[in-house]
Ligand binder design. Structure first.
Ligand code: ADP
Ligand code: MG
Length: 643
């Protein structure tokens, strides 16, 4: 029989592999497809301080990848060394490895690529009167013509390893990956110009951007104005990890996670900690399967991050994942928190501008002058919780009605919204909105970002007039968010507070892993704070004996599993907060004003004012928008006015 495997009985001697084969094996890690080559070559061009990088491709990069730069160049005597394995100009010793500031440092890209394709290097430094061309196969070196910089040509990728060539997809798919690779670089380096040609056609051209608006402009160039118009600037530069960039508004989330860009010290990375942190910043405003969009640039001391854990360096390891998680989550959260209606006032008195067209505050570098965070000052204007939470917290054994007091109170406090007191008594009985609704009708339109209520539509929408035109509010969605934010503020103000708990008549048991049982035992107190009582039932079974008041017993196991798995991975305080928020959201939904309720103008105005003062009031708890602006311009267009 003809077996492809050597006989297991016959021992083969140990031998060192030939150099060529070692490089081909290494290439398996570094080069998966043409886009991997593009990434490595653009990395090199940026490391050589190029200002302009041109990429030329044939057949999706399979037949040709040519990267030209105007960087420092390579002197002729070093050209052949560049193709050697582990040959690099970027690090010299271990200390440099630990503080690496360049994209490359492993010295294996050119060697690997040269082992699986026909390569040549054309380069010229400032010192050379002419350029030199090195053939990667033959090693032949001869004079040639070009200006300062380097051109690397890679032809017929995988020509020597046909098995791997079969893994390639269509030219169009490979091309798309190549473009994506350049995008990641281009977003991180707005100061460098990029041009992409394919089969002789110009595909993309992003000119170098300078100044304080550079990042915003490049984002617009690369991801489109659509991205920029629906994103808010992110900016957090205290602590060991700085985060800047843009985060998409929740109502512009996508069904795929294809616009989530993150960089660490200028290097594009895919990192679980960062992705999780960003997603959790959205968890309050984006539910379900929707994927947020964002471009986040992290900066930290190179010694706090290990970039040498993955051959293509797309994964990194942080010395302290928690500090990274916290920084990203906080940065994105506070960017999303400011109600967008605040931005409306800022643009007054100029009217007729759609909200979407508001240019986000530009951000470029970590050192440039920055405007204050949009949410600054908002916190203080939030209405103080009018119902004080009992200092001792809620004891878990409180009877149900009493334990629900918090929610009940909240609903009662907002009750005047749909159950107005007689007009003459209004200032006394509902001081929290009556006092604010006194300005003359016209002044109100000017003063309040969301304007003055004029009518209610089908018991669902509030129509209001503001300086820009018409505001339409989904009243249930808006009220639900306000109730939720209030509950949250009250809860977060007393972190020791325990959620009221109700025992289950029949404990809900489920098969648990050793890890889940250990977590349940180790975090008993944390679970108790969430109103959960989970105990080991047998060596492989856990039993949920109590759940938070208000939770349907049918959801007990889901909640328990979710919390246990989160506790295994994340910090306890954060898990508590997340789980509490989810429970509060459910309560808020029940507490919020239902559709088909007739509201008085006064009640509608009160709701509008509360929206303006409430963080995240632009989306309901399910991530849908709570209000929309129709500008006079848009209304005019509807009626073909002024044409
Ligand atoms: P690394 O980037 O990890 O150092 P590479 O194999 O990618 O390894 O490149 C080897 C060396 O070749 C680099 O260290 C650099 O000195 C030189 N080099 C590669 N590309 C360029 C370029 N475009 N311009 C200038 N020097 C380059
Ligand atoms: Mg390199």
């Amino acid at each position: 029989m003809n077996s492809p495997h050597p006989s297991p009985l016959k021992r083969r001697t140990i031998r060192e592999l030939p150099d060529e084969l070692i490089s081909q094996i290494a290439a398996g890690e570094v080069v998966e497809r043409p886009a991997s080559v593009v990434r490595e070559l653009v990395d090199n061009a940026l490391d050589a301080q190029a200002n302009e990088i041109t990429l030329r491709l044939l057949a999706g990069g399979v037949r040709l990848i040519l990267v030209e730069d105007d960087g420092t160049g390579i002197p002729p005597e070093e050209l052949s060394i560049a193709f050697k394995r582990h040959a690099t100009s970027k690090i010299r010793d271990l200390s440099e490895l630990e503080n690496v500031g360049t994209m490359g440092f492993r010295g294996e890209a050119l060697a690997a690529i040269n082992s699986i394709a026909e390569c040549s290097l054309l380069s010229r430094t400032d010192e050379q009167p002419n350029a030199w061309l090195l053939d990667g196969r033959s090693g032949e070196l001869r004079p040639a013509a070009r200006g300062r910089g380097t051109s690397v040509e890679v032809k017929e990728l995988f020509f020597s390893t046909p098995a791997r060539r079969k893994f390639l997809k269509s030219d169009a798919t490979e091309l798309a990956h190549c473009i994506e690779a350049v995008r990641r670089h281009a977003l991180a380096r707005p100061d460098v110009a990029f041009t992409i040609w394919h089969d002789g056609k110009l595909l993309e051209q992003w000119r170098a951007r300078q100044g304080s608006n550079a990042l915003a402009e490049r984002l617009g160039d690369v991801l489109g104005e659509e991205f920029l118009n629906h994103a808010v600037p992110v900016q957090q530069d205290f602590g060991p990890v700085q985060v800047i960039g843009y985060a998409g508004q929740p109502d512009h989330a996508r069904s795929r996670a294809d616009q989530q860009y993150t960089w660490v010290n200028g290097r594009f990375v895919r990192d679980k900690v960062i992705t999780h942190a960003a997603r959790s910043a959205y968890e309050d405003v984006l539910h379900g399967q929707k994927q947020p969009v964002y471009a986040l640039f992290l900066r930290t001391d190179p010694a706090r991050v290990d970039v040498n854990v993955h051959p293509t360096k797309i994964e990194v390891r942080f010395r302290d994942g928690r500090e990274v998680h916290q920084a990203v989550r906080r940065a994105v959260e506070s960017a999303l928190a400011a109600p967008r209606s605040a931005a409306l006032t800022a643009t007054l008195p100029e009217s007729g501008t759609p909200i979407a067209a508001e240019a986000p505050t530009p951000l470029t570098s970590f050192n440039s002058e920055r405007p204050p965070l949009p949410s600054a000052g908002l916190k203080t204007s939030l209405p103080a919780p009018s119902v004080p939470i009992p200092a001792g917290g809620m004891v878990r054994d409180l009877p149900k009605q009493q334990a629900l007091g918090l929610v009940g109170h909240e609903v009662r406090e907002l009750a005047p919204l749909w159950n107005p007191p007689p007009p003459e008594a209004s200032t006394e009985t509902s001081p929290h909105f009556a006092a604010k609704t006194t300005p003359t009708p016209d002044a109100e339109t000017e003063i309040w970002p969301l304007g003055k209520a004029v009518a209610q539509l089908h018991g669902i929408y509030i129509l209001a007039q503001n300086a820009h035109g018409l505001v339409v509010v989904d009243m249930h969605a808006a009220h639900e968010r306000i109730v939720y934010e209030k509950l949250k503020t009250q809860m977060d103000a007393s972190p020791g507070l325990r959620l009221p708990s109700q025992p289950l008549l029949i404990p809900a048991t489920f098969a648990a892993t050793a890890q889940e049982i250990a977590t349940a035992e180790g975090f008993g107190d944390t679970l108790e704070q969430l109103g959960l009582d989970i105990a080991a039932f047998s060596a492989k079974t856990l039993a949920v004996r109590a759940v938070p008041v208000g939770l349907h017993p049918g959801h007990a196991v889901d909640l328990a599993r979710g919390v246990l798995s989160d506790l295994g991975e994340h910090e306890a305080t954060q898990v508590i907060q997340t789980a509490r928020h989810q429970l509060l959201a459910t309560m808020a939904c029940h507490g919020a004003v239902r559709a088909n309720r007739q509201l008085s103008l006064e009640e509608m105005n009160a709701l509008l004012r509360q929206m303006e003062a409430t963080e995240r009031s632009d989306q309901c708890n399910h991530g849908r928008p709570t209000w929309r602006q129709l500008t006079l311009k848009e209304l005019d267009a509807l009626f073909l006015r002024g044409r």
